[in-house]
Design a protein around this ligand. Structure first.
Ligand code: ASP
Length: 344
């Protein structure tokens, strides 16, 4: 029988209202399973593991990712797939991070959660959980997992984990994958999009967990009217090895010398500066406008069509893996886990 491990980390799916404050607080995992008695009908052997304490995903820290990745590593041989119940707020960060941390992954790791707690009548959590389980357990005709990737399932759609963004705080359809097709869609049947799913070139490789995470990344979000003092404050981030520049449109920034000179200076000092667009869809293309060309000449690296979440996760992973920033620069330009569609 197929064996799955459900890992409950927290999030709305398992929350209930605090009678005093009326706000949602994490709750007991056993309650979730009691709310979904249908799980018994599956011909799947399901075990559960609960994080103690369960957290609101706004509290996610790198140590949490390490714990999660190690848990999967420890249980990797015992189970055919994994379902992670996670708060929606930072789910896209965790799914991006895990995609880089879990090297040689050959089993499904499906993250899901909900917009309404599972105990509520109109909850989306029950459907999300049931379909996520079905996807994590699904096997092809040759007995291989249908989706050997880190992915996010939400409101009938399965996305590649490192292509996902949370874009709606209220709607049941809370996630999107603006630059990559769905990996699967759940209707009467679950239809897998085999052309979009990544399959290992050879099977039977050992899972390797990369659990060194280096968070020395500064974030500079551009906006009209940005002042030099605001830029200086970010550039003075202690020990910063990389900077994400959240640029306009297809990767444009102010062309004023005071700004460009500051960026050039930190690049000369060895900081890896990555250009991510503030647009959710489309790609950075620093050749399109003169303002972008100046950045390219200054030595910025393109994040291509990657999400902000996966660019940050990729930097955390690469900075952890490489002590020299030249290697980090090189691999930022490479497609490691399907996180970018690099134009030739
Ligand atoms: N604040 C919650 C969390 O991210 C929201 C959710 O789960 O939807 O943990």
């Amino acid at each position: 029988m197929t064996k799955l491990l459900i890992i409950y980390t927290g999030g709305t799916i398992g929350m209930k209202q605090d009678p005093e404050t009326m706000s949602l607080v994490p709750f007991n995992f056993r309650q979730i399973l009691e709310e979904v008695p249908e799980l018994i009908k599956f011909n799947i052997d399901i075990d559960a593991y609960s994080f103690e304490p369960a957290i609101d995903s706004s509290d996610v820290q790198p140590e949490f990712w390490v714990e999660l990745a190690k848990l999967i590593e420890t249980n990797y041989r015992k189970y055919d797939g994994f379902v992670i119940l996670h708060g929606t707020d930072t789910m896209a960060f965790t799914s991006s991070m895990l995609s880089f941390m879990l090297e040689n992954l050959e089993k499904a790791v499906v993250l899901t959660g909900s917009q309404l707690p599972i105990g509520m009548l109109r909850t989306d959590g029950r459907e999300n959980l049931i379909s996520a389980i079905e996807i994590a357990a699904a096997k092809n005709a040759d007995g291989r997992p249908c989706v050997p990737e880190v992915c996010v399932f939400f409101e009938n759609e399965l996305y590649r984990g490192n292509r996902t963004i949370k874009y709606n705080a209220e709607n049941f359809k809370a996630f999107r994958s603006p630059n990559y097709p769905l990996l699967a869609e759940a209707g009467i049947h679950i239809k897998f999009n085999e052309a979009a799913i990544h399959y290992p070139s050879s099977w039977g490789n050992e899972l390797k967990v990369n659990n060194i995470i280096d968070t020395k990344v500064g974030i500079l979000k551009l906006y009209p009217g940005i002042q030099d003092k605001a830029v200086d404050a970010i550039l003075a981030t202690d020990g910063m090895r990389a900077l994400i520049l959240e640029s306009f449109g297809c990767g444009n920034a102010p062309s004023s010398p005071w700004f460009i000179n500051r960026i050039k200076k930190i690049i000369l000092q060895g900081v890896v500066v990555v250009n991510v667009s503030q647009c959710n869809a489309g790609s950075v293309d620093m050749d399109a406008y003169a303002t972008g060309c100046i950045l390219k000449q200054a030595g910025l690296i393109s994040a291509y069509d990657a999400t902000f979440e996966s660019t940050l996760a990729k930097l955390y992973f690469l900075l952890g893996k490489y002590e020299d920033n030249e290697s980090v620069k090189f691999y930022m330009n490479e497609n490691i886990k399907g996180e970018i569609s690099k134009r030739k």
